[in-house]
Design a binder for this molecule. Sequence first.
Ligand SMILES: [Zn+2]
Ligand SMILES: [Zn+2]
Length: 351
Amino acid sequence: MQQPTDLSPRVVTLGTAGGPRWWSSRTGQHRHGIATAVVVGDAYYLVDAGLGVGRQLERADLSFNDMRAMFITHLHSDHTVDIPSLLTMGLYARDTAKAPIAVFGPGDRGMLPPVSSRAEVAPQPVCPDNPTPGTYDMVHSIVQAYATDLNDRILDALRPSPLDCFSVTDIQIPDDIGYHPNDNPTPAAMAPFEVYRDDLVTVTAILVEHPPVAPAFAFRFDTVAGSVTISGDTTATDNLVTLATGTDLLLHEAIDFDWVESAYGGGKTDTEQASIDHHRVSHTSPEQAIELATRAGAARLALHHLVPGNTPPERWETLAATFAGDFLIPHDLDSISFARQDTNTHTKVGA
Ligand SMILES: [Zn+2]
Ligand SMILES: [Zn+2]
């Protein structure tokens, strides 16, 4: 198929806050939940669906009709909480003649994670009959939960079903890499594998390290004009370097470990220390993100999924001196080019 001559590949940072919180905006930072649009020519692809993603698409002037596919890095609520919004309100934003939006995300975890060794009594899981649903099950459960509303609209207003507008596929992990959700969630030395391909992009994935979440994916979008790699939630992992090698733009998560220490009381109790330990093995500092980007040879590095979600950019901007390429701490609705050797990389798009 003939490609458009000017793809102007870029990401739009719809939401740049991480974590399942309604972050206070008293710092002057108004960051929405994590969500990123990968824009290629007239089409775009959504990675994660954090708090406010539908409104942010509208503010970025990205029509729901132009979304080709959605990719969910992992099933934490801060990455999925507005999937119900897209499934319901999206029905009014999309031309019914359009092909369904392809949705790709983690499959069923298959087993619960181990109970913390700090638990005096083992807690009871919710929904013991189906305790670890994957993306396909999640979407169908959301449709079930909204069936009264949806059936009114389908039968009376002749709207389409979300199941006609979204086509969901659980990502199949290659079965020869030794993956196991508890024993080996991030197999070392695995190769990236293809998740999706169309005439504009090829999307590949690799397993990253975000325990106890499994699976957790990073995604890379390759186009003829450049590439972008999105880390998902992860601690510093060699697999991310493997996926991001030579990428034009790396969007990596970053957490302020000083904030973690203070938010959890400096770890004076076992419970507080457990929370601090969790963040240390599951997330990445900005300094580590710079090291990973350097090892990968990424031309540009932008930090997102910022924790705390009201971090002012000045907190980390001085680190730019330690990275050879462009270093960005974007606000929501920033547009960042991932075109190869593009010098005009960073502009504001939204209201
Ligand atoms: Zn997250
Ligand atoms: Zn997470």
